[in-house]
Design a protein around this ligand. Sequence first.
Ligand code: PGA
Ligand code: ZN
Length: 427
Amino acid sequence: PIASIRSRRVWDSRGNPAVEVDVRLESGALGRAIAPSGASRGTREALDLRDGGKAFGGKGVKKALAAVNDVIAPALIGIEAGEQERVDAAILALDGSPLKEKLGGNATVATSLAVLHAAAADSGTPLWRHVADRYRHTPSLPLPEIQIFGGGAHAGRRVDIQDFMIMVPGASSLDEVMEVTNEVYFAAGDIMASRGKIAGVADEGGWWPVFDSNEEALETLVSAIEKAGEKPGERVVISLDIAASEFGQDGRYRLALEDRELDSAAMIDMLGDWLDAYPIASIEDPLGEDDADGMEEFTRRFGERVQIIGDDYLVTNAGLVEQAAARGACNAVLVKVNQAGTVTESINTFDAAQAAGWRSIVSARSGETEDVSISHLATGLGGGQLKVGSFARSERMAKWNECLRIQDELGASAFVGGRPLAGTWWG
Ligand code: PGA
Ligand code: ZN
């Protein structure tokens, strides 16, 4: 049973306050987790509780820490850590607000994840194995989506599109993915430096670009893949997070970099042209979170050949996944535990996606820490894909490196390789 729950303020990769929770069991086992934090958030996702006011840009977490210590902890003491559903139901009952704004998604997710860690520690198994056993999933090492350039809300909106990423579905091991990514990442940096197109690194460790158009980013990414000795579209493919809700509303999309505005149909046509011209295997939030018709139309036109992921559009919500699947909008969901606010709701979303025949991509946030829970969740749930940001900065590398440690326990043959993308145009 849970003996004590304690929160503390720590600091995230952007230097902002974050909530860490320690769950101690009567056996002595300890579970610990830190809440991440997004910058391009969906309007329907769980809300972090922040103090407001002048200090720390209003991002203080005193109220969230108090919610853990004074409200959540007393209700959970004595419950078995293995009873994750009961724990999460108790948290939900205490909160009662639609977006968890009362206790704060940061308070709930750190607690919920820490309980999961404690249960794993108690059974003496690594978290990935505990998750696989507990939820009866077949574990597998995920295929990474790794960012090469940042953009959107993660790079001062220097380009409109948020994530320019690669996947290496043609690799036969996770080590091979890392090797290829290293080559592409530095090739991209070299090309940009030689053209005067680089301004440092963005929030998730990808290069901060100084491009004149969104397509220049795609062209440069293709050049980087070639410079790394790869033929684009073979072992290496491109993955994009358009994060269209950041620049689109009510069916109008404002591309600031190119000083033009597109309606939903023109946006779909532009992305369709990109799909024809570049080896893109996956695309996230191609339309805004309020543009369900656009999502449906985009999926109708391109769903056979490309993975279409809902992030802001689906906010790790099982009900929204079911609705979207029923109307044929998207064919994959991003799973961010802090969007849902509890482990149970996140896994329910994962399972809803699986039931719909969709793929799932476990994902980090742009504000991260040394917490590596998602490497374990991605492996234990066996969803096949993991999105963490780029190939630089330790809050990102910690997740990739944890996957390599898990590989040592699970065996290299558990790497899914290109299987999760089979059926897309390149597969
Ligand atoms: P966020 O962005 O963590 O800043 O919300 C990540 C994403 O859009 O996938
Ligand atoms: Zn996204």
